[in-house]
Design a protein around this ligand. Structure first.
Ligand code: DQA
Length: 146
């Protein structure tokens, strides 16, 4: 199985970005943990991060011949990118939306975080578990329950 792991804007700053919300792991740390778990599960993984909506969309289009499934943290695009939503629907792969933080809890302070325009084109959504959001998504996809 081939899984494409996609991260959206500002996630390149993980480790230094609001560590009280997002933790202290860098994106490289997270990718390393995903790679290790993928190896145990016999899954091939490729990674992509961009701060640009169009680059994320292009990457999804480009990878569609290779990928069997997608794990995506759309970051702030979660809340308003219909173009990213359409790209996920267009490539029609099992896709799990993940978030490090718990958007439901954060919506009390930032109401916009309570809205995801991505969820209903995804096969699942996992949030609030830090790096385990990604690892649980990988396990679900590998187990055929994604
Ligand atoms: C995030 C949550 C989003 O609201 C935020 O814009 C992010 C990260 C998360 O992983 O918790 O950049 O997707």
């Amino acid at each position: 199985m081939n899984v494409f792991v996609v991260n959206g804007p500002n996630l390149n700053l993980l480790g230094e970005r609001e560590p009280e919300v997002y933790g202290t792991l860098t994106l490289d740390d997270i990718d390393r943990k995903i790679r290790e778990r993928a190896k145990e599960l016999g899954v091939n993984v490729r990674f992509f991060q961009s701060n640009h909506e169009g680059a994320l969309i292009d990457a999804l289009h480009h990878i569609r011949g290779w990928a069997d499934a997608v794990i995506i943290n759309p970051a702030a695009f979660t809340h308003y990118s219909y173009a990213l939503r359409d790209a996920i629907a267009a490539i029609a792969k099992p896709t799990i939306e993940v978030h490090l933080s718990d958007l439901k809890a954060r919506a009390a302070r930032d109401p916009f975080r309570g809205v995801s325009v991505i969820t209903d084109v995804c096969s699942g959504q996992i949030m609030g578990l830090g790096v385990d959001s990604y690892l649980n998504a990988l396990e679900r996809l590998a187990g055929g329950t994604g």
